[in-house]
Design a protein around this ligand. Structure first.
Ligand SMILES: [Fe+2]
Ligand SMILES: [Fe+2]
Length: 195
């Protein structure tokens, strides 16, 4: 199928995720554009990915679980037992099969926007961080990460991932291997670059 027009994607997105998540997506889109222009990445691609990154966040958990089971996107036990993680691979599925997005880089950034992964692409990093620091986010320390994001994307990303790991542990949630891999890979590279 051909990729839907952006107006059509916006309409479907708003209907399926609801107003609150849609507003969050607009915030992620704005931040993704800013980070993309700072780090010389395609701003149109970053904007589209930011807009749709949560397209798998259907209005209730039952619907997410039902659709995830139907589409066969649950690939491991950690995903199967942590509903918070499911909307990301589900989103990649919806982006491809409902919106007709073919760009593998965009689909991967949607797929890994919650867990991160080893060797993240620049688009993965932009979306993960934009999701964390978009203007509607408000938690102690967010301003520091916002500032750092425009100075050193890898350092900002490392803090965001480590905060997420700590949140997951404190709340007794399952920690996905991809998040551990994302953190270790970033640390190895940061140490290498310091030498
Ligand atoms: Fe998300
Ligand atoms: Fe999000």
């Amino acid at each position: 199928m051909k990729q839907l027009e952006i107006k059509h994607i916006q309409k479907l997105l708003k209907e399926s995720i609801g107003d609150k998540t849609y507003i969050h997506c607009l915030g992620v889109m704005d931040t993704a554009i800013k980070l993309a222009s700072k780090y010389n990445y395609d701003t149109d691609k970053a904007a589209l990915t930011g807009l749709i990154h949560d397209c798998g966040k259907l209005k209730n958990n039952e619907e997410i679980l039902k659709t995830a089971q139907k589409t066969g996107i649950i690939q491991d036990d950690i995903m199967a037992n942590n509903i918070n993680l499911l909307h990301a691979p589900l989103g990649a599925f919806i982006a491809e099969n409902t919106y007709g997005i073919k760009d593998e880089e965009i689909l991967q950034a949607v797929r890994y926007h919650t867990t991160g992964r080893t060797n993240m692409t620049l688009l993965d990093k932009i979306i993960y961080l934009s999701d964390y620091i978009e203007p509607n986010r408000c938690f102690s320390g967010v301003e520091e990460i916002r500032e750092l994001a425009y100075k050193d994307i890898d350092k900002a990303l490392l803090i965001a991932i480590e905060d997420t790991i700590m949140y997951v542990i404190e709340n007794k949630l399952l920690l996905h291997n991809d998040t551990v891999n994302a953190r270790n890979h970033l640390m190895i590279n940061l140490v290498k670059n310091r030498r």
